[in-house]
Design a protein around this ligand. Structure first.
Ligand code: MRU
Length: 368
């Protein structure tokens, strides 16, 4: 059942040969199917094809995935394959192996910073244990614990974002959201949806409007699916209908997620987010970005420095249609994300509180 299924988790029936299990989001809403990922190629493919997607879920999948690859490589002895015999101690060879696999996984998608954040945490633990003179087996145990910690932190962080976010919602609110920053984009709760789930848990009467989110329809296929499955009053609209909806005064607040927050408070999120933020300003609707601190990237000065993933044009011209819906050979512009200017954002909701986008530097750096 969907409500009992984590978006992504570690399976350790045989501790020497673990795997990552994930909901295949390309099959929703018609089929709830689980896939099992055993090696680097499968993890990279799942992230690239959006089987697992959403910044926090990608981070958790990468952390669990790197542990799975390391443990299986050690059990099967394949971690030595890329090294010459006698290339070093067992732990040194293992460290070289996990660094190489970590780099491959972190290059699967460019925009969500959670991916490199999670891999850096995993590699940091492996390197520290190696430097402390630990055995390969101890390094693997440390990577296991770090991956499981990242998984549990995600649940806790989303719940805390929900606690701060629900304080901005009043009974009777109409809330608009874009793409899927829901439980399918995290382990549970979601980021932008966490305040909605908590509002519903507290018996508040809310209505949620979901942009369908062209071209991959994460709003229609995923957000509308998960919110309606949770019994929340959910209405779907095409992306080009949000101005008309806001004009009627039906939208009291907008909550979205994000893939990377730059140091100046600019935010990269699903394509279409920045248009929504501009419209929100025009119609006087508060625009909230929900961001775990793992999504805040103080090393990226402004939104202009964020690498935006460009995807295949066939997602616009052909996907979902029985016949091509554009002339053959037409040029297509298909960026997966856009950057919302910090001046268009009312506030950023993190697990540590609600802050103005310009005040990111006031956050405790140890929190990030
Ligand atoms: O391309 P996707 O589906 O991975 O894009 C996802 C989004 O843009 C989400 O809003 C973002 O990752 C935040 S998820 C909590």
């Amino acid at each position: 059942m969907f409500s009992d299924t984590d978006t992504v988790k570690l399976i350790e029936d045989d501790p020497g040969s673990p795997c990552v299990e994930a909901i295949d989001q390309t099959k929703l809403p018609s089929e709830l199917t689980l896939v099992r990922l055993y090696e680097t190629g499968a993890i990279v493919d799942a992230i690239k094809r959006l089987v697992v997607r959403g910044a926090p879920a990608i981070g958790v999948c990468a952390a669990l995935g790197l542990y799975v690859v390391a443990r299986r490589g050690y059990t099967e002895g394949t971690y030595r394959d890329h090294m010459l015999q006698d290339a070093g101690s067992e732990s040194e060879v293992l460290l070289g192996f996990v660094r190489k696999q970590g780099l491959i996984i972190s290059e699967s998608r460019p925009t969500a910073v959670n991916l490199s954040w999670a891999i850096d945490r995993m590699l940091g633990v492996a390197a520290r244990l190696y430097e402390d003179g630990c055995s390969a087996s101890r390094i693997l145990d440390g990577m296991h614990d770090e991956a499981v910690t990242i998984y549990h932190e995600d649940i806790d962080v989303c719940r805390r974002i929900g606690e701060y976010g629900v304080g901005l919602i009043r009974d009777g609110f109409g809330i608009l959201t874009h793409c899927n920053a829901g439980r399918l984009a995290t382990v549970r709760y979601g980021t932008a949806t966490a305040p909605m789930y908590l509002a519903a848990e507290r018996g508040m009467d809310i209505r949620v409007y979901c942009d369908e989110t062209r071209p991959l329809l994460q709003g229609a296929r995923l957000t509308a699916y998960e919110l309606s499955a949770a019994g929340i009053d959910t209405t779907l609209l095409c992306d080009n209908m949000s101005a008309s909806l806001m004009k009627t005064g039906t939208v009291d607040a907008i909550f979205v997620g994000c893939d990377r927050v730059a140091a100046n408070g600019d935010v990269a999120n699903k394509i279409g987010t920045s248009a929504l933020a501009v419209l929100a300003g025009r119609y006087g609707v508060p625009f909230y970005v929900c961001a775990p601190t793992s999504t805040i990237d103080l090393c990226t000065p402004t939104g202009e420095d964020i690498v935006i993933e460009q995807r295949d044009g066939s997602e616009v011209t052909g996907l979902w249609y029985e016949k091509p819906m554009a002339p053959e050979g037409i040029g297509v512009y298909n960026p997966a994300f856009d950057v919302t200017d910090h001046s268009d954002i009312t506030a950023i909701i993190t697990e540590n509180g609600v802050i103005k986008p310009g005040d990111l530097n006031k956050l405790n750096y140890e929190d990030i």
